[in-house]
Write a protein that binds this ligand. Sequence first.
Ligand code: COA
Length: 330
Amino acid sequence: MTTGRIAGTGSTTPKRILTNKDLEAIVDTTDEWIIRRTGIKERRISSNGESENTSDLATSASIKALKMAGISPETLDMIVMGTVTPDRQFPSAACLVQEALKASKAVAFDISAGCSGFLYALSVANNAIATGSCKNALVIGAERLSCITNWEDRNTCVLLGDGAGAVVLTPTTNNDGILSTQLESDGSFWDLLYSSKEFSKVPEILDTVEPKPFYVKMEGNRLFKKAVSCLADIAESALAHHGLTSADIKLMVPHQANLRIIRATAEKLAIPMEKVYTNIEKYGNTSSASIPIALDEANREGLLKPGDRVLLVTFGAGLTWGASVVNWSM
Ligand code: COA
């Protein structure tokens, strides 16, 4: 059976670092509270003048992934991007990446699935490869959440950050690619995390942020509990689909929303934290970008070897959630 194999990874984050200390001057919070409740120490914030729009970050991450895979943009058949913060309402950010890469043969489109956007995109591209309608695919998760952050709301502004990650998928018949991807959605909980129709006032020290006419609203407490149970359940289901258990996993790369959510999920799955990749302390929650950034960093740090099984697991607005088991082959 043909599936997609991850042949290259890449990531890019904006230059500007916003620390917890910086946030203490913006809202009523403390470095100590943020670290204790979330694990976040700093996050990256994109700037207008620095070519750090969502599609710019995505293009930069994609170039690195393509280089690692040894694939030229002209041979891409598909570019699919998970994002809730495209540069414009339309055209899609994926089309802007296609133009920047001169990937003229590729069909390009965005997917809106909250923080689960990358895994939804991975699933679509993998299915296209499995059916033979696509050979080489570029799968991206990219966000500029600073533009839709309410900088007056301490419940959310301390959590979010900007960045992009990408993977290149090529076809394989050797059982050395994506083994399974499970996705779920439940719109009845849409109001736990959504964009409200209000403008955010941006503080002076963040004058390079370009606010959009809506911002993130979240019921953090209820979301927290839902996240832990959905993440653990879907991870178990993705593993069981291939007769695997959590003991077969070399590395879990979860969506980086909150270190306490990650720890609770790992505990439920009986996966020790040494086998869980986290970088939330550096980037906060970058929504669709968090898994491909973490996967790229784990890969470049040499944590993965051919034959290792990797568990990707995510949860986000919608509600949406998903898990994927990958046989690593790089
Ligand atoms: N600094 C200081 N105090 C803060 C704060 C901040 N940045 N944000 C909230 N608080 C306060 C609250 O006002 C509340 O005060 P009160 O007890 O006087 O009312 C107190 O801290 C506890 O708030 P609570 O919301 O219960 O904290 P929590 O432990 O649930 O942590 C989140 C809050 C947002 C970090 C946590 O709920 C979370 O991570 N939720 C899920 C996030 C998520 O999954 N997001 C998207 C999915 S992709």
